[in-house]
Write a protein that binds this ligand. Structure first.
Ligand code: ARG
Length: 463
């Protein structure tokens, strides 16, 4: 195929150059954004009298047809084009002739790629937000059902203090709320239109950049054309947001993996979302969670790829930047895949409430409450801490829980222990007492659920 720039060159390109250089196999997914940009650009050119209305009509009709045919699968992205921008422009020109050749007046591919990527990322941020909100709804629903599901909370993976499954779920819901805010922030910062930057130094034509920016739904125009074609900060920000989101999904996955083991047996995976072993008939493996944990590394990879690729680039456009696409696309695809599967997997988990309750009874997770009991009887906290430490040592030698001691045994450690210690050490009491803001008491977690539900509602209403 004759290159668009063949006039300047005296030799055909080597075929290895073509396949090395092309981005069409991966940037073809931006066909819609590329056409959208060309529709707005030609609209503006016609309004400014740079092309005729007839040319604009022909361009619009041609582009609409190309869009429909790509969507119906009747146009395929064949080899030989350098990228999606060249593919669409040449396909259009083959169909409508000179009007097609006028489309690129006052525009550059650097312009196009900067615009298309922004449009693409904007749309995907909305899609990821919607998936994340869906998952947050699932978390809220299950939290409602598990307000009283007592379990041990852990530090250092050692049983620490009583919490509920709902409290644990809402911890993740709060992380996802921040993930959404980060994505919104990225969206707001990148919501400026680069179109009109030209190759790097705008153009001598009297273009109307505000018009194309409005037509394309941006909140404003990028204020410097060198920056307009060079800026990929938003790709880095997106991958950073997605890396943090994946880190959250990975921590959640890790906990589910542990809790599905026989050692914990807090949760059971639904058969539809677990896998078996080819040799061990008894196995039910949490592959989904392990893959999410593994794919987190992949998204971090995109972030580091972008930071490294950009750090040495002089202004303005450099072909290195073509490499941004696969990194960004892969991060987006990976996150969407993970969110699409974690939601139904989580929704169908079986909660083993008895094992959780049993585990809560056997780890001295009410030891802090026992110390607090003595404090309420007048003892300074550090002394109470010491007494209960000795008591726990005694009980663990005897192989029993604190509540299993007789009042006489309690009194051997401190005379202020009384009958009411049994109520104080009851896990239900321990839970109900933890009603400080942010705590695990059912009443307080219900409030936390309402906060997240309000947040979700606010986001849904914005759509
Ligand atoms: N395919 C290129 C990219 O993705 C488009 C811009 C090419 N511009 C150029 N002057 N070679 O970055």
């Amino acid at each position: 195929m004759t290159k668009m720039w063949a006039g300047r060159f005296s030799k055909e390109a080597d075929s290895k150059l073509d396949s090395f250089n092309t981005s069409l196999p991966f940037d073809c997914r931006m066909y819609k954004q590329d056409i959208e940009g060309s529709l707005a650009h030609s609209e503006m050119l016609a309004k400014q009298g740079i092309i005729s209305n007839q040319d604009k009509e022909d361009i619009h009709k041609g582009l609409q047809e190309i869009l429909e045919e790509i969507e119906q699968g009747t146009i395929t992205f064949e080899d030989g084009y350098e990228d999606i921008h060249m593919f669409i422009e040449e396909t259009l020109t083959n169909r409508i002739g000179d009007a097609g050749k006028r489309l690129h007046t006052a525009r550059s591919r650097n312009d196009q790629v900067a615009l298309d990527m922004r449009l693409y990322v904007k749309e995907e941020i909305k899609n990821i937000k919607a998936l994340l909100l869906q998952f947050m709804k699932t978390l809220c629903q299950h939290a409602q059902m598990n307000l009283d599901t007592i379990m041990p909370g852990y530090t250092h993976l050692q049983r620490a203090q009583p919490i509920t499954l709902a409290h644990w779920m809402m911890a993740y819901a709060n992380m996802f709320k921040r993930d959404i805010k980060r994505l919104e922030n990225t969206y707001d910062l990148m919501n400026e239109c680069p179109l009109g930057s030209g190759a790097l130094a705008t153009t001598t034509y009297e273009i109307d950049r505000n018009m194309t920016s409005d037509l394309l739904g941006f909140s404003s125009v990028m204020d410097n054309s060198l920056d307009g074609v060079s800026d990929r900060d938003y790709c880095i920000e997106l991958c950073s947001d997605l890396s943090i989101l994946m880190m959250h999904l990975s921590r959640l996955s890790e906990e589910i993996i542990q809790w599905c083991s026989l050692e914990f047996h807090f949760l059971e995976l639904d058969d539809a979302y677990s896998t078996g072993s080819s040799i061990m008939p008894q196995k039910k493996n949490p592959d989904i969670c392990e893959l999410i944990r593994g794919k987190t590394g992949r998204v971090y990879g995109s972030l580091f790829m972008l930071l490294t690729m950009l750090k040495g680039l002089p202004l303005a456009y450099n072909k290195d930047m073509q490499e941004d696409k696969e990194a960004v696309f892969d991060a987006i695809d990976t996150v969407k895949q993970c969110l699409e599967i974690i939601n139904p997997m989580f929704d169908t988990l079986t909660v083993c409430k008895e094992t959780m309750a049993h585990s809560a009874l056997h780890g001295y997770i009410n030891a802090t409450d026992c110390a607090d009991y003595l404090v309420k009887k007048g003892m300074p906290f550090r002394d109470a801490y010491h007494v209960v430490g000795k008591l726990v040592g005694y009980c663990s030698k005897q192989g029993k829980a604190l509540n299993d001691c007789s009042l006489e045994e309690f009194k051997e450690f401190d005379s202020s222990f009384d009958e009411d210690v049994y109520v104080a050490l009851d896990l239900k009491t321990c839970l109900l007492q933890r009603k400080a803001l942010g705590g695990p008491s059912p009443e307080e977690v219900l409030r936390q659920i309402h906060v997240i539900e309000e947040f979700i509602k606010g986001c849904d209403d914005c759509e």
